[in-house]
Design a binder for this molecule. Structure first.
Ligand SMILES: CC(C)(COP(=O)(O)OP(=O)(O)OC[C@H]1O[C@@H](n2cnc3c(N)ncnc32)[C@H](O)[C@@H]1OP(=O)(O)O)[C@@H](O)C(=O)NCCC(=O)NCCS
Length: 170
């Protein structure tokens, strides 16, 4: 199917509880069940915090515009101690259409280095019982390196691994 997408930055003016609910829903559906639901107040900080940026993707077709919840993916960027971190997720039915890559390309234009955490384990499940596939290959394909930095998430049976992308020297 041929469909175009809009990438839109969410600001204080364009933020609403519906936007927060949609981000929470996408993250909840697409991350492993062991991760907590993102809290609405947490997302509000993404929008009002100076060092944060929330970017969402919306389909452009007329049909999708009639939908109340047109956001189908997001990337959150945050600057912490000089490092740019990101997290992202795309709704299942829109995965593997280049949207994740487009969001990473947006982030790559803003920085020389991008850091993130991935779940390297392929044996986890999403809340609906379907398998969670580690996005390791997706990030390798997008120029990221896997680091030796592993971190167990407190109180959970999950270990995350830091990944990094560095802008190639000209
Ligand atoms: C990982 C994710 C952000 C990728 O976004 P996307 O829009 O599906 O990715 P793209 O279409 O740009 O690229 C897909 C390519 O990456 C590769 N890939 C490898 N592992 C993948 C995976 N787990 N999911 C999607 N693509 C994967 C494939 O080569 C795929 O190309 P193909 O379909 O031709 O084989 C998205 O699948 C997602 O939200 N997954 C669930 C939540 C998650 O893991 N988020 C990342 C947390 S760090």
């Amino acid at each position: 199917m041929n469909q175009s997408f809009d990438i839109e930055k969410i600001t204080v003016e364009t933020f609403s509880p519906a936007v927060a609910r949609r981000i929470i829903e996408i993250a909840y559906n697409e991350y492993p069940e062991q991760l907590d639901r993102l809290q609405q107040r947490h997302i509000l900080q993404w929008v009002i915090g100076e060092n944060h940026e929330l970017v969402v993707v919306k389909p452009i077709t007329a049909n999708e515009k009639e939908n109340n919840s047109p956001i189908i993916g997001f990337i959150h960027l945050s600057l912490h101690e000089g490092k740019m971190w990101f997290s992202m997720a795309i709704e299942r039915k829109y995965q593997r259409r280049g949207i994740g890559t487009a969001l990473l390309n947006y982030a790559k234009q803003k920085t020389n280095e991008l850091h993130g955490w991935i779940i390297p384990d392929d044996s986890l499940k999403k809340p609906d019982g379907t398998p969670y596939y580690s996005p390791k290959k997706f990030y390798l394909k997008n120029g990221f390196e896997l680091t030796d930095n592993f971190m167990p998430l407190r109180g959970k049976r999950i270990v995350v691994q830091e990944i990094v992308w560095r802008k190639p020297s000209p």
